[in-house]
Design a binder for this molecule. Structure first.
Ligand SMILES: [Zn+2]
Length: 204
């Protein structure tokens, strides 16, 4: 295949090496001309190769060979809702997922690091629906218009980027910020609104 497939596979290997996905969990997609490339169902991202990728069009139809991830409906919903999103990284990273099991409606995780404050402006919690279900895709579509990061209750993280590298960075910042919250039992000093504003002004 091409450079798109190559960069997608490289990101998958990084996710696995950094412990953001394990087993056959997690999936990644990249928008291409006629739809999106996506990781296949049931295979580890750690040993993925380019010819195992699947391609799906923007009506949700698989275009050839590879069997798309069972979670492709949520990728499709995001690409349909957000033209600016070019890549999606979905992880079951341990600290963020732990928090999705602890927190309920109205929860808030403050920004602890400058990278998080800059990259993740809003982190909604999507209520639990079965992974791969249309109900989950619909719930994500509703929340995706305003954010580039989502937590899925009892499930994991979805990061939306203008590139694969950006989506990976967002997924990492979410995991790191959630780890700080858990390690400090929510008692860490967070960045103040003025500090967050300054970071966004300078880095934006
Ligand atoms: Zn998942």
């Amino acid at each position: 295949m091409d450079a798109s497939a190559k960069s997608l596979v490289a990101i998958c290997h990084q996710l696995y090496q950094r412990g953001l996905v394990s087993g056959s969990g997690g999936n990644v997609s990249l928008r291409v001309e006629d739809g999106f490339l996506i990781t296949p169902a049931g295979l580890s991202l750690g040993s993925l190769t380019e010819n195992q990728l699947a391609r799906v069009d923007l009506t949700g139809r698989a275009l050839f060979k590879g069997r798309p991830s069972k979670e492709s409906p949520m990728h499709l919903a995001i690409y349909q809702a957000r033209e600016d999103v070019k890549a999606i990284v979905h992880t079951h990273s341990p600290h963020a997922t732990a928090l999705t099991c602890l927190l309920g409606p109205g929860w808030y995780i403050p920004p602890y690091t400058p990278g998080y404050a800059y990259l993740v402006r809003h982190l909604p919690l999507v209520p639990y629906h079965r992974p791969g279900s249309q109900a989950l895709a619909d719930a994500i579509r509703k929340e995706a218009s305003l954010t580039n990061g989502l937590l899925l209750q009892n499930h994991g993280v979805v990061a939306l980027g203008a590139s694969l590298a950006e989506a990976l960075s967002i997924a990492e910042e979410i995991e790191d910020n959630c780890r700080i919250y858990l390690l400090t039992q929510g008692q860490a000093r967070s960045l103040s609104p003025a500090e967050v504003e300054e970071i966004r002004k300078v880095m934006g």
